[in-house]
Design a protein around this ligand. Structure first.
Ligand code: GDP
Length: 319
């Protein structure tokens, strides 16, 4: 049997910048075992004073847009300047398939083997809120460890991005040129929360269409974000040819120079509400009387309002 680490061993490993201890600490916070949960919460509590220094950045875009190529090469660009870079991934599809489809270590081979970088694939969880909660704790561990940049990569354009936008400071959306339907395809909600849009693959034959896409995004963002103080820039880059990285980095710096720390506390409130909703939803789904109550309503034996009252009372008693 493997020896379990103590709280002190985790703490001294993190302090000593031991990447293998960081990986174990993340496994601990992801664990569903009760004994692990207790130790994990003691660990998170103990490292909290060391957090708050990293730039926590969400990064999203549809599969194939170039997220891993971007993170690999932009990550190396940052590491070459003496920065420490962590990449965590949230992959909602793994909830369905039961495993990560990403294989991030192979997708980001150079970055993941660099001493100043850390790449970690998806935690699994029964709910998206649960997965994001684990990611948040993993992020806190990376923050305390001393990473300057923590990227949280999400796949699939939808609710996961909105959830992730509540646990990071900055949200980057990666797009690619050449698809006229793209603007309709992406959910407005994601553009609304984006702090930087990157039109990737702006190279070779794609360059002209990338310029058009950049222009179109700027126009849409002016409308969608007209009330925001920070106007979301749209930059073109080529992750393969490593073009546009300096500009991306400058915008990230500008964003953090202007970052309003009040946002963090507002964020925590939204986040807490989201977790609570999540908890209620899963409690309701697991509640034994749920299905039969729904059937009774469908058959007209019970009025919806009565059903809600009875489920609500039952749930409260159940807990
Ligand atoms: P992901 O699914 O979003 O992580 O996308 P990948 O990083 O795996 O990239 C998908 C494909 O797009 C790969 O074949 C990459 O080589 C290619 N790609 C990524 N970035 C660029 C880029 O800047 N320019 C070009 N021309 N191709 C790119």
């Amino acid at each position: 049997m493997k020896k379990e680490l103590s709280l002190e061993e985790y703490l001294s490993g993190l302090k000593g910048k031991d990447l293998s201890i960081l990986a174990k600490a993340i496994t601990l916070v992801e664990s569903k075992k009760e004994a692990h949960k207790k130790l994990a919460s003691e660990l998170i509590q103990a490292i909290l004073p060391e957090t708050g220094n990293a730039k926590r950045i969400g990064i999203s875009g549809t599969p194939g847009v170039g997220k891993s190529t971007f993170l690999e090469n932009f990550g190396m660009f940052l590491v070459d300047q003496g920065k420490r870079v962590a990449v965590l991934a949230v992959d909602p599809t793994s909830q369905v398939t039961g495993g990560s489809i990403l294989g991030d270590k192979t997708r980001m081979a150079k970055l993941s083997s660099h001493a100043d970088a850390f790449v970690r694939p998806t935690p699994n969880g029964p709910t998206l809120g649960g997965v994001a909660a684990k990611t948040r704790e993993a992020m806190l561990l990376c923050d305390a460890f001393g990473f300057d940049y923590i990227f949280v990569e999400t796949v699939g354009v939808g609710q996961s991005e909105i959830s992730v936008s509540h646990i990071v400071d900055m949200f980057i959306l990666l797009m690619q040129p050449g698809s006229g339907d793209e603007l309709q395809g992406i959910k407005r909600g994601i553009l609304e929360v984006s702090d930087l849009v990157i039109v990737n693959k702006s190279d070779g034959a794609h360059e002209a269409t990338a310029k058009i896409a950049q222009h179109d995004f700027k126009k849409s963002l002016e409308v969608l974000q007209d009330k925001r103080k920070w106007q979301c820039p749209v930059v073109r880059c080529s992750s393969v040819f490593k073009k546009g990285f300096r500009e991306v980095d400058d915008y990230i710096d500008d964003f953090f120079d202007q970052y309003d720390t009040n946002l963090r506390s507002a964020q925590i409130k939204v986040w807490l509400e989201e977790l609570l909703k999540d908890k209620f939803q899963s409690a309701l789904k697991n509640y034994s009387a749920f299905e039969e109550t729904v059937t009774a309503v469908q058959k007209g034996k019970l009025q919806p309002i009565e059903a809600v009252e009875s489920l609500y009372k039952g749930l409260l008693k159940n807990d």
